[in-house]
Ligand binder design. Structure first.
Ligand code: ADP
Ligand code: F6P
Length: 327
């Protein structure tokens, strides 16, 4: 057990993701069980520099795991990119006796963590984002809930699209990544999935796909757009104008980011939260907790952030089979 860490701070940063509450709960309770003090920092890095810090007890995290969002709240904090603001954050940690920070967030939050680490702060990152786009980890907390919520919403849209023989173009989240779109594409039997990793901005191709499916006897079509490819409403209007087929756009937006976390998200969040504390107790810091090849592992923050994401062989294969399966 490391002697240098007596008090840890936990914060949630960037876009909220279902499962963040289970992370906070695990950090608090594992920390307390190891004899540490745990402080909760409200509203991410913004709350840290505003010194919004509260003591956490075992009861502070009762009945939170089943809720989406984050009890600590989260914020974007663009000024955290400034060196002097990072210095201020470290000063505030010192003033409050915080020896290490556990940061639950996405790749942006990890860049902030990396800056703090380079300035001597002890940090551990936990991958929490619905986007699924943390390269060092095969899993990000929130993804499972988000894809299941989006899948159910798209099922509902399919019901009405098939009753009216319509084409539906549905936009899912994911920032610059197409993982949510790809997974829903397969789970919902979409005729087409448009993702930033592969899209060539050829709308004629999309129209040809719709036409091919109509020729094959399909009376409705589901096209799933990842938000990173552009404005779905405008795209739907253009395709409708040229093809003459009624194309209705639906933007799922925050519907897929909120909601009750799935079992998988709660379990991974609990394990990763506890592991963050364990790493600190072993004297390790500046690590990103990850799930890789069936194991819970950790990487140095610089190594983790230098890993490349994008289309793996597995994703390429998923993309390749998608259209065949929906014929
Ligand atoms: P996510 O963590 O979900 O990817 P963001 O990209 O919005 O979300 O990042 C969350 C926060 O992390 C930002 O609002 C900012 O405070 C911090 N952050 C992002 N990029 C950097 C950076 N390059 N340097 C320092 N802090 C950063
Ligand atoms: O990173 C999570 C996410 O929901 C992305 O999918 C999306 O691009 C972004 O956050 C939206 O952020 P905001 O709620 O700040 O518009």
């Amino acid at each position: 057990m490391s002697d240098s860490i007596k008090t840890i701070g936990v914060l949630t940063s960037g876009g909220d993701s279902p499962g963040m509450n289970a992370v906070v709960r695990a950090v608090v309770r594992r920390g307390l069980s190891k004899g540490l003090n745990v402080k909760g920092i409200r509203r991410g890095y913004l709350g840290l520099i505003g010194e919004e810090i509260v003591d956490m007890e075992a009861r502070s995290v009762s009945n939170v795991m089943q809720h989406g969002g984050t009890i600590l709240e989260t914020e974007r904090c663009p000024e955290f990119e400034l060196s002097e603001i990072q210095d201020k954050a470290i000063e505030i940690c010192k003033k409050n006796g915080i020896d290490a920070l556990v940061i639950a967030g996405g790749d942006g939050s990890f860049k902030g963590a990396q800056k703090l680490a380079h300035k001597g702060m002890n940090v551990i990152g936990i991958p929490c984002t619905i986007d699924g786009d943390i390269s060092c980890s095969d899993y990000t907390i929130g993804f499972d809930t988000a894809v299941n919520t989006a899948m159910r919403a798209i099922d509902n849209i399919r019901d009405t699209a098939s009753s009216h023989e319509k084409c539906s173009m549905i936009e899912v989240m994911g920032r610059n990544a197409g993982y949510i779109a790809l997974w829903c594409g397969i789970a919902n039997g979409a005729e087409s999935v448009v993702i930033p990793e592969t899209y060539d901005y050829n709308e004629v191709k999309i129209m040809k796909t719709i036409a091919k499916h109509r020729e094959n006897g399909k009376k409705n079509n589901i096209i799933i757009n990842a938000e990173g490819v552009g404005d779905t409403s405008k795209m739907a209007k253009r395709i409708q104008a040229i093809s003459g087929i009624h194309v209705r756009a639906t933007i799922l937006s925050y519907i897929q980011r909120g909601g009750t976390p799935t079992c998988r998200d709660r379990v991974y969040a609990s394990v990763m939260g506890a592991k963050a504390v364990d790493l600190l107790c072993e004297g390790k810091s500046n690590r990103i907790v990850a799930y890789k090849n069936g194991n819970f592992v950790d990487y140095d923050v610089d190594e983790a952030l230098s890993m490349k994401g994008g289309m793996t062989e597995g994703l390429k294969y998923m993309y390749e089979i998608l259209e065949d399966l929906s014929v």
